[in-house]
Ligand binder design. Structure first.
Ligand code: ADP
Ligand code: ADP
Length: 237
């Protein structure tokens, strides 16, 4: 379970991106964050893994408050959080398999022959994940040979490879066409449901959020202005 309490962020420029956000994401819940550009969605996601340092408030994952942790403890705690990005953030010159394993390792392998040296159990698990995301036949292709949708599938498999307790997903379909976007959202939400894995998905596309998210939180000027089911959102707008 993830709890944000009194989370606030004011940047050095004086911009207040988050103002006293409190919310709880229970096990297995898939939460979509919506709101206009500048509402604070990516700041919220980045405060959770402390890519952005909150000005005030707490981020509690399980029993650990991630705010205030020192560097080495933070590095360890971040392994509990899987990240999926808009632009995939794959290492283009590495293979699909190598990219997925980098999630398991926690770093990008820089020697090409590392697959041969790597523990078989982890490689096998990476193959299982590639099978689940529909890329088993592409394991040895370089990432730069893939389409956008395929890249995001690799991004999903890589995030899962670290066995996260929480997924943070930042605009996963913003670079994809509508059909591929729906396929990716379906895959992502099915996998989360299978594993009981909670996720926060920053999603600009409101109809897509309504179709796939269990709960929707609307942000505006750094505050929560809506928190409810997709049906309730339709009634409110
Ligand atoms: P636009 O920039 O097109 O005028 P807005 O900035 O008002 O749209 O909002 C962007 C998106 O966020 C819209 O699709 C809208 O449905 C959604 N949205 C805006 N405000 C809320 C809110 N209070 N609760 C839920 N969703 C909202
Ligand atoms: P969203 O993801 O909903 O578009 P952001 O979290 O990116 O919103 O931005 C929220 C507010 O914080 C905006 O006013 C934006 O200009 C400001 N902001 C975001 N990142 C920075 C930054 N690194 N430095 C200063 N201001 C920032």
């Amino acid at each position: 379970m993830l709890t944000l309490s009194g989370l606030s962020k004011t940047y050095k420029t004086g911009d207040t991106a988050l103002a006293d956000v409190t919310l709880t994401v229970p096990e297995g819940q898939i939460l979509g964050l919506i709101g206009p550009s500048g509402a604070g969605k990516s700041t919220l996601i980045r405060c959770i893994n402390r890519l952005v340092e909150p000005t005030a408030g707490e981020v509690t994952l399980g029993k650990v408050n991630l705010v205030g942790l020192g560097k080495s403890e933070l590095r360890r705690q971040r392994r509990r959080i899987g990240m999926i990005f808009q632009e995939y953030a794959l290492v283009e010159r590495l293979t699909v398999m190598e990219n997925v394993l980098s999630g398991r390792l926690g770093y990008v392998p820089f020697w090409r022959s590392f697959l041969r040296k790597y523990p078989g159990a982890d490689v096998q698990r990476a193959y299982q994940l590639l099978d689940r995301v529909g890329l088993i036949d592409h394991a040895d292709k370089r990432a730069d040979a893939l389409s956008g949708g395929q890249r995001q599938r690799v991004g999903i498999a890589r995030a899962l490879a670290q066995d996260p307790e929480l997924l943070l997903v930042d605009e996963p379909t913003a670079s994809l066409d509508p059909k591929t976007s729906r396929q990716i959202m379906r895959l992502l939400t099915e996998i989360c449901a299978e594993r009981g894995l909670p996720a926060i998905v920053n999603i600009h596309d409101v109809p897509l959020a309504q179709q796939f998210m269990q709960r929707i939180v609307g942000l505006r000027a750094g505050r929560v202005v809506f928190d409810g089911s997709p049906d309730e959102l339709t009634e409110a707008t």
